[in-house]
Design a protein around this ligand. Structure first.
Ligand code: DGI
Ligand code: FE
Ligand code: FE
Length: 199
């Protein structure tokens, strides 16, 4: 895949801020791939393309779901923007010629996560949150350290922040986000050497 061509196309599709965000995610995905032992090029493609449907309006997202025969869940009906993840995967396949299932899944689940994510899914999920263009978020330093050191812990901390934030805004919470949080809360977080009162 010619990354420069994909970048040009993404630049044409997205607004400038969102384009800078996907470049940041691409870069962090590659770093995390090297550190955690995943294919760097695939991680870069997934990071670059993960928000390729972010420019679409609610109507366009729903239209794309019809076009690609994608089911719309109850949670997605209530918060249509959630669809940019699965529609993004369909566009990555159909318009960018990505057929790698691991990359497509990482795009599909980049917003809610899912229990027992693959390494690439965790890399994209985490990179999306910590890339340098994101405005400062709570506990970001701790999450950045965890991202390079203990990816499952990073995923857990991101989900915890996201749920706290969603509760504070009284947004509708997708059950997938809760299931993912519950899964990563129970995963062996290798915290044996840390303060047991940490959480
Ligand atoms: O597309 P990005 O902004 O780069 O990031 P994203 O795809 O992770 O989307 C982030 C937003 O998604 C953030 O405001 C939290 C929200 N989100 C995550 N899980 C849920 C959710 N929103 C709702 N309504 N329900 C969820 O379960
Ligand atoms: Fe997104
Ligand atoms: Fe993103």
């Amino acid at each position: 895949m010619d990354m420069e061509i994909i970048r040009e196309r993404m630049k044409a599709i997205l607004n400038e801020n969102r384009y800078q965000h996907v470049l940041g995610v691409e870069e962090v995905c590659k770093d995390l791939a090297v550190i955690h032992g995943y294919d760097m090029e695939k991680a870069g493609i997934a990071g670059l393309l993960h928000d390729c449907a972010k420019n679409l309006t609610d109507e366009e997202l729903l239209q794309k779901c019809k076009e690609y025969h994608l089911p719309v869940t109850e949670a997605e009906e209530k918060s249509i923007y959630l669809l940019h993840a699965k529609v993004g995967a369909a566009i990555a396949k159909d318009q960018f010629g990505v057929h790698d299932d691991d990359i497509l899944k990482a795009i599909t689940f980049h917003t809610t996560g899912r229990p027992a994510m693959s390494l690439l899914e965790k890399i994209v999920f985490t990179a999306d949150y910590i890339e340098p263009n994101r405005k400062p978020l709570p506990r970001i330093k701790e999450i950045r350290i965890a991202a390079y050191d203990n990816l499952d812990l990073a995923v857990f901390l991101i989900l915890k922040n996201t749920l706290d934030y969603l509760k504070s805004t009284s947004a509708n919470i997708d059950k997938k986000t809760i299931e993912t949080y519950e899964y990563y809360r129970k995963v062996d977080l290798n915290l044996a050497h840390e303060d047991p009162c940490f959480y």
